[in-house]
Design a protein around this ligand. Structure first.
Ligand SMILES: Cc1cc2nc3c(=O)[nH]c(=O)nc-3n(C[C@H](O)[C@H](O)[C@H](O)COP(=O)(O)OP(=O)(O)OC[C@H]3O[C@@H](n4cnc5c(N)ncnc54)[C@H](O)[C@@H]3O)c2cc1C
Length: 360
């Protein structure tokens, strides 16, 4: 049985790890040249009923808990002046959704795999049932091809014509380093977890990462293809309070546009022998569910367990897809509502009501 996974993101790596724990061989083809080839991005919370279930199946839950930041579970909401209207620090001993930097999560998963499992610098150009075509002309035969290759999956066309659609909302990502020493006001404003500042149908969504880093996503409606410099953000957030504009003053000069795309909901397909998808390749959703990586990992664990337990690959993939489709649809619906909510006039009131419901 030859299983080829495309993509060494959280989903593909969890699949590989759980397969190997059951003695099933697997190879992961990843386009990055090496594990440090690019910044892996911000922090993720691993939730008890999704990401942590997958980490348990991978035998990595204790290692994760040792690396994670439970104090990062706290959250604050502010208005456009920067006035904090709700502040919910993490509860002592709460392990419902501790945070971990993506790079550390990837390192944890990679470190658990047998040497040589990931073929770095392998870019999938095209897939057909049973065969991968890699950049440079190599081909690879496989009994099962798993597209864990994210939003713009090149495996997806084998099962579905669906393409991600632009939501109308762009995040511009800012990064502030050494916050505790060099930017203490920002450290105090954001706290140990998240700060959402909302107003004018826009948001400054801040998250504390590990190692003294704060990432900020400036979220607003924008034309697809529009690009933004830091200077543009002063115009977009004109009139916002000084404590929030300080985020723009003190971030690194390079900012990154991240237009938010999502796949149609629900996204399903008729079973195709020898091929399936997981994670963003199957159900790309806005980050507002906080579940993209969590469900990608759960997909990986569920698929691996089905392969270990079912009599043949086709039965295993069918079992996995039956489980994954409704779960993905539920999460993606919530994520779409969350993203749309930020563009509503009462986004601030809605968030405060949500926090009130959670704490009562
Ligand atoms: C701003 C932002 C914040 C987020 N916050 C959260 C959060 O708090 N919690 C959460 O759970 N989720 C969050 N998400 C979502 C989460 O990042 C994704 O859902 C998750 O990374 C999906 O994992 P994946 O393994 O399916 O795909 P990816 O992480 O996208 O990994 C895909 C891998 O495939 C590789 N690849 C792609 N194409 C090819 C190719 N042709 N050949 C070979 N390799 C290829 C890529 O290099 C990559 O390593 C957030 C997303 C964004 C944009």
């Amino acid at each position: 049985m030859k299983i080829a996974v495309i993509g060494a993101g959280p989903g593909g790596l969890t699949l590989a790890r759980v397969l190997q724990r059951h003695g099933i061989p697997v190879t992961v083809y990843e386009r990055d040249d090496d594990p440090g080839a690019r910044d892996q991005g911000g922090t993720l919370d691993m939730q008890q009923d999704t990401g942590q279930v997958a980490l348990e199946a991978a035998g990595l839950l204790d290692d994760f808990l040792a690396l994670s930041r439970p104090e990062g579970q706290g959250g604050r909401i502010a208005d456009r002046s920067g006035r904090i209207l709700a502040d919910q620090p993490a509860r002592p001993g709460d392990l419902a959704s501790p945070e971990i930097d993506r790079g550390e999560l990837r390192g944890l998963l990679l470190g658990s795999l047998e040497p040589g499992t990931v073929r770095w610098g392998s870019v999938l150009e095209r897939a057909e049932p049973g065969r991968l075509h890699l950049r440079g002309g190599d081909t690879v035969e496989a009994d099962l091809i798993v597209g864990a290759d994210g939003a713009w999956s090149r495996v997806r066309p084998l099962v579905s014509p669906a393409r991600p659609e632009y939501s109308g909302v762009t995040f511009v990502e800012l990064r502030i380093t050494d916050v505790d020493e060099a930017h203490p006001e920002i450290a105090a404003l954001v706290g140990d977890g998240m700060l959402f500042a909302l107003g004018d149908r826009k948001g400054l969504l801040c998250q504390r990462n590990g190692h003294g880093v704060v990432r900020v996503y400036a979220a607003f409606a924008a034309e697809l293809g529009a690009t933004h410099e830091r200077a543009d953000l002063y115009r977009i957030f004109e009139g916002w309070g000084a404590p929030l504009l300080r985020l723009l003053d003190e971030c690194e000069p390079a900012v990154v546009d991240r237009p938010m795309f999502a796949l149609p909901v629900p996204h399903t397909w008729e079973h195709v022998p020898g091929v399936t998808l997981l994670g963003d390749a199957a159900h790309l959703m806005s980050p507002f569910s906080g579940l993209g990586a969590n469900t990608a990992m759960l997909d990986g664990a569920d698929l691996a367990l089905a392969i270990a337990e079912e009599p043949d690959l086709s039965a295993a993939v069918r079992r996995y897809e039956r489980l994954m489709f409704p779960r993905a649809a539920r999460n993606a619906e919530g994520a779409a509502e969350g993203l749309a909510g930020i563009l509503e006039d009462d986004a601030l009131e809605g968030s405060l009501a949500h926090v009130g419901r959670r704490s009562s």
